[in-house]
Design a protein around this ligand. Structure first.
Ligand SMILES: [Zn+2]
Length: 383
């Protein structure tokens, strides 16, 4: 019996609403249109669908991801428990902060990311539960979905829409952004700001999004009903884990140092892995097109031109970063669980070669980090 997995392969392209509600989206959003889809994208989707049928495998609900979730959550719980209740010396606390930070990074890369992309399971409550792990790390899954799943994934590297490449005056990631004199030092100070990423999300971004009911220029609906309950529960849960319970057993300064060190490591990890996918010399950056004009490329080709893979042969790294070294496949098929990206990479690469579409990949993680900093230097020094 033939079957199709195409209904479970969700593209952000499908999320782009041709008639969005004016109350939920600002005007600028309406102007960004892609060129019509072409035979390349249709062929790619057909082949990926065929791959799952031929192997009788589902794009979601992979046993290996459930096992991985158990490993990472155990790692997180053991690290947090030992840090709060058992650490006696500064070096034990330091070691456990690093361990806790790595476990939190693992949750961010492998569990919440699949859950919030609805790529974890065909059952929506499982996606909701795994997506909620972001809230327990102090990041609202409700607002993360709007920033990441909607704006970043739909309009990757479109200046003024993709807020992942917009740090305001603090950084120049794209040639279209204005250069200021201090950007020549951005390759030196941005790693410090990367360390502050998570702390900013914890204490400012989610609350600001909530109060303003907007993300940048975009009007967004405030969470209501179940979303509001989960937002509040996530904040209470996170602040209890990070401050409430530890403060019952340790002095304030120790809790603050532990929180600062752990959050800085997680922020640096998340920033480096996400920025090496797009803020790179190999990636294309585009402006918002003039009114009524579409972008030069269709959505799929645009994703390939703006995204870079790295270290495809590093299995340990692939495991830890939740397949995000295969960002090309993630951007083309964000509704498919990351455990399948290595197999999809062969299909995507071959199809790109056939159709003459670019496929960006760097051999190692070190190459990707070096290229990112090379790009920061270039953007900081060239007009
Ligand atoms: Zn994503």
């Amino acid at each position: 019996m033939s079957k199709s997995y195409s209904s479970t392969i969700v593209n952000p392209e499908d999320l782009i609403d041709p008639n969005p509600e004016p109350s939920t989206v600002a005007n600028r959003h309406l102007k960004v249109k892609f060129a019509p889809t072409n035979s390349f994208h249709k062929q790619l989707k057909r082949r990926v669908n065929q791959h799952f049928i031929a192997n009788d495998r589902s794009p979601k609900d992979s046993a290996s991801l459930y096992q991985k979730t158990a490993v990472i959550m155990t790692w997180f719980i053991v690290s947090w428990t030992l840090l709060v209740f058992a650490a006696q010396t500064w070096w034990q606390a330091g070691f456990l902060c690093i361990s806790l930070a790595l476990a939190m990074g693992g949750i961010g890369f492998s569990i919440q990311h699949d859950g919030n992309h609805k790529a974890y399971s065909d059952r929506s409550w499982i996606n909701q539960v795994t997506g909620f792990s972001a809230d327990l790390m102090g990041v609202s899954s409700y607002f993360w979905n709007l920033h990441h799943t909607l704006l970043h994934h739909s309009y990757t590297n479109v200046c003024g829409v993709d807020l992942d490449i917009d740090l305001g005056v603090l950084a120049r990631y794209a040639p279209q952004q204005e250069r200021r004199w201090f950007h020549r030092f951005q390759h030196l100070y941005l790693p410090v700001l990367y360390c502050l990423l998570l702390i900013n999300w914890h204490v400012y971004r989610d609350f600001n999004d909530f109060v303003q009911a907007s993300i940048g220029d975009y009007k967004i609906p405030r969470p209501k009903g179940k979303d509001l309950v989960l937002f509040v529960a996530g904040k209470i849960g996170f602040f209890a884990l990070a401050f409430g319970i530890p403060l019952c057993f340790h002095p304030v300064w120790q809790v603050m140092v532990g929180y600062g060190v752990t959050s800085a490591i997680v922020g640096l990890l998340l920033s480096i892995v996400f920025q090496t996918a797009h803020c790179m010399p190999q990636a294309k950056f585009v402006d918002i097109p003039e009114e009524a004009q579409a972008l030069e490329d269709n959505w799929a080709v645009h994703q390939l031109e703006t995204t870079v893979n790295f270290a495809p042969n590093n299995r340990l790294l692939s495991w830890y970063v939740g397949g995000l070294n295969y960002q090309v496949e993630h951007h083309l098929f964000p509704g498919i669980s990351h455990v399948h990206y290595p197999e999809l990479a062969t299909i995507v690469r071959k199809t790109c070669e056939e159709y003459g579409v670019v496929y960006n990949v760097l051999p190692t993680f070190r190459d990707a980090i070096a290229a990112h900093f090379q790009w920061l230097k270039l953007m900081g020094n060239e007009a």
